[in-house]
Design a protein around this ligand. Structure first.
Ligand code: ATP
Ligand code: MG
Length: 580
């Protein structure tokens, strides 16, 4: 029986849960966040409950950095028998889009994140947030400021100098309330006024120098339409959204360390339920950019063919390339959590992909750079059908039918007219094993009039069916093949790193990360597939024996299947040769 796509999808969906359950039980995965949560649980803080959230801003597609956050938030919830919400942080109406919301849902689900019925939007809280803002004004803890954004910035001070107080800072509660209500009613143009927290312009933490909480934006919001023309800023909306949802541990990346003081100030001043913010290091990866702004640029300016281009570090790009979610779980587990920024080697991701696919991808045969073999002692009108295992180690996972006839395609690289020392594959006079089929000897090399290799005339040992040596003679090389008469032509897309240097964002003056884009990160080749390969479903990952891991692409047509290379094999044929 073949493993169906739905079975694989089911495994993928439960994979995160299972692998995390396993690690939690065996106590394998521990880090400063899990340690703190455990302490909170033991001390009875938050009544021992754990409730996290994954809070993407719907202004781009999710990438590998988000995978780290998804695995952490959903993983921790699962391990501590808690819950995790999906919350769209949609407070900025200018950059957000429903296309992104749908893509984010699909990506989180693909990674195994289950938010059940808890899909929330910061925009659902606009009314509540507005009321909290009025409450702050009534407490004398917020004021309406008429300074422009530039003036506010200029007066904020520096790390060594305190800021200057706004002349509007001393407005009365009544005047502030009146102006804030009129801001809401749309009486003022964009940028005319803002609402600021009244904290401390001399605070050593610049975030605390009367941060802006609301600004005027006469823009239609994708969910609330034209109901609002004032929108809350992240620092105000995020802590209160966490509070309203009863989040216990608000896990965010390191750049919010200084914002924690403001997070705590808002919740304390309003005297509302107060989650704990904990910061962890962002994921940075070599040969990759992980900033939405830059990824948008790659897409919009046509450096790649879309968000799901298999060279993109987006989750949809990785999925299209054939990277299984389990490989990303493993990757996130291996990189762990740290309190200091660092950069992870891209090779670690590839390692996790190979490791998973090596154990899970069925193995079939394809030839990507073909030369023709004619078997002179095999009858013209004969076809044999071999029933070959999809998983060489375990036949119980199913077989497929592989036709064999007088003419085959083999890989150009498996033949040398003039072999170097220790070359054990095909050369004139040498005998190799055609994987699973017969022992084959090269008798003659035929060239065309221009001196190009045309075909190899060979013979098989008819006593060696199945590839077994009939008399115990040693045959060192094993090569793969495809029946030329039955082969299906296909397009294969070979990908390399999109960037040619490990740190593409590190550029001299006058250059940008775009200058580090590698010239040839995509090569398309025509190849030949054994018939069963053409039948694979889009999105399914397979190993082309001895060649690499490939995934059928959505661009496939009935006439021309298209495969993306997910990852290369290491030591592929060296290993095979050792086995026999
Ligand atoms: P970008 O810098 O790509 O725009 P962002 O932080 O603005 O990312 P959000 O949509 O706000 O993107 O992120 C949602 C969640 O994912 C946040 O909790 C954020 O901290 C987390 N996240 C984003 N990028 C990374 C990363 N590189 N490593 C770990 N977590 C990340
Ligand atoms: Mg953000």
């Amino acid at each position: 029986m073949d493993r169906t796509q739905s079975e694989m999808a089911k495994e993928a969906a439960t994979g995160l849960g299972q692998s995390l359950e396993k690690t939690a039980k065996s106590g394998e995965q521990t880090d400063f966040i899990r340690t703190r949560i455990l302490e909170d649980q033991k001390s009875g803080r938050f009544h021992g409950l754990v409730h996290t959230r994954f809070p993407p801003e719907p202004n781009g597609y999710l990438h590998l950095g988000h995978a780290k956050s998804i695995c952490l938030n959903f993983g921790v919830a699962r391990e501590f028998s808690g819950k995790c919400n999906l919350r769209f942080d949609d407070t900025n109406p200018v950059k957000e889009d429903m296309e992104y919301v749908n893509a984010i849902r699909e990506d989180v689900r693909w990674l195994g994140g289950d938010w059940e019925d808890r899909e929330f939007y910061a925009s659902n809280y606009f009314e509540a947030l507005y009321n909290y803002a009025e409450a702050l004004i009534k407490k004398g803890a917020a004021y309406v400021d008429d300074l422009s954004a530039d003036e506010i910035r200029a007066m904020r001070g520096t790390l060594t100098e305190p800021g200057k107080e706004s002349p509007y800072r001393t407005r009365s509660v009544e005047e502030n309330l009146d102006l804030f209500r009129r801001m809401r009613n749309g009486e003022f143009p964009d940028g005319a006024r803002v609402l600021r927290a009244k904290i401390d312009m001399a605070s050593p933490n610049i975030v605390m120098r009367d941060p802006t909480l609301y600004r005027i934006r006469h823009t239609t919001h994708q969910r609330t339409g034209d109901t609002w023309c004032i929108y809350p800023l992240y620092d105000f909306a995020h802590c209160l959204s966490d509070s309203l949802e009863g989040i216990t541990h608000s896990l965010c990346t390191l750049e919010f360390v200084n914002n924690r003081e403001l997070y705590d100030w808002v919740l304390e001043t309003l005297d509302v339920y107060h989650p704990q913010q904990i910061e962890f290091a962002r994921l940075n990866l070599t040969y990759t950019v992980l900033s939405k702004r830059k990824l948008i640029q790659l897409v919009k300016e046509g450096y790649v063919q879309g968000w799901d281009d298999p060279r993109m570090p987006t989750l949809c790009g990785l999925r299209r390339r054939g990277v299984p979610p389990e490989a990303l779980h493993e990757f996130c587990k291996r990189i762990g959590l740290a309190r200091a920024d660092s950069t992870v080697e891209y090779a670690l991701l590839e390692f996790c992909v190979r490791e998973y696919l090596n154990a899970h991808a069925p193995r079939l045969m394809a030839v990507l750079d073909p030369i023709r073999v004619v078997i002179e002692n095999y009858p013209e009108d004969q076809t044999e059908i071999f029933d070959l295992p999809l998983y060489p180690e375990d036949e119980s996972f199913g077989t497929r039918k592989v036709p064999f006839c007088r003419e085959l395609w083999i890989e150009r690289d498996d033949f040398r007219a003039d072999p170097p020392k220790k070359f054990h594959r095909l050369y004139p006079g040498n005998e190799v094993r055609l994987r699973y089929a017969y022992l084959l000897t090269c008798r003659e090399v035929v060239y065309d009039e221009r001196g190009e290799l045309l075909e190899l005339r060979c013979t098989i040992d008819s006593q060696s069916r199945g590839g077994q040596s009939p008399d115990g003679r040693k045959v060192k090389g094993t090569i793969h093949w495809v029946s030329a008469r039955h082969a299906k032509a296909c397009e294969v897309r070979l990908y390399d790193q999109l960037f040619s240097v490990p740190d593409p964002e590190n550029v001299p003056e006058g250059k940008t990360f775009l200058d580090n884009i590698a010239p040839n990160s995509l090569t398309k080749v025509k190849g030949f597939l054994e018939p069963a390969l053409a039948e694979r479903k889009v999105g399914e990952c397979v190993q082309f024996e001895r060649v690499g891991y490939f995934c059928k692409d959505k661009d496939s047509t009935p006439l021309l299947p298209v495969f993306n290379r997910t990852a290369t094999l290491r030591d592929s044929w060296a290993k095979l040769e050792k086995k026999h």
